[in-house]
Write a protein that binds this ligand. Sequence first.
Ligand code: ZN
Length: 241
Amino acid sequence: MNKINVTVWNEYGNEQKEQATAGIYPNGMHITIADFLNKDEDINAKTAILSEAEHGLTEEVLDNTDVLIWWGHKYHDKVDDHVASCIVERVQRGMGIIFLHSAHKSKPFMRLLGTSGSLCWNEADERCRVWTCAPAHPITQGIPQQFVLDREEMYGEPFGIPEPQQTVFISWFQSGNVFRSGVTFQRENGRIFYFQPGHETYPAYHNEFVQRIITNAVKWAKPVVKTAELVCPNTPPLEKF
Ligand code: ZN
């Protein structure tokens, strides 16, 4: 079986600048995520960051990516419009994409879903309890009915997304807020998963269940079919009339 080629993209700005984050993800979150994905024998994960030419997402890289993982926060506007358009087209053609945490305001997320991605938030060292809503879904296999992240940024409803294809996880926060923290969508041939945990000053990507969820999501989001281009062909009639 061919391995699933994953590109883990990170804006990689905060990690270099914030001491607290450097302690949790000394080489950046993209490296941490790629490292745990590469422990799975079915996955071949590489990384790309904002400061690289074309943000590390050239046509060649995207052509060889089955699933793109996206983490961005402060520099959404620095992502080139052309690169964002290429990503959207690749998803429509069949590439899977996983949006993590603050990627809810990224250009690819908002363009693919056609909504604002708005939500309410608060950074107050809150305990977060992640509830599994869809125990039969491939993304939740090996995940308990609920698990706790001791510290996470609160994300709350209303979440500015279309009605999901499936709500896979809902999270509860100490503040009383709840959030649709794991949701799936399909856009033409491409599968999309959004997953909320992963604020840069908290260690969510070291949590075994978070790692398992992202690994499961890669396998769920891999292309079923990948078309070479999106066309509107003129089709001759099949029947005489
Ligand atoms: Zn955050």
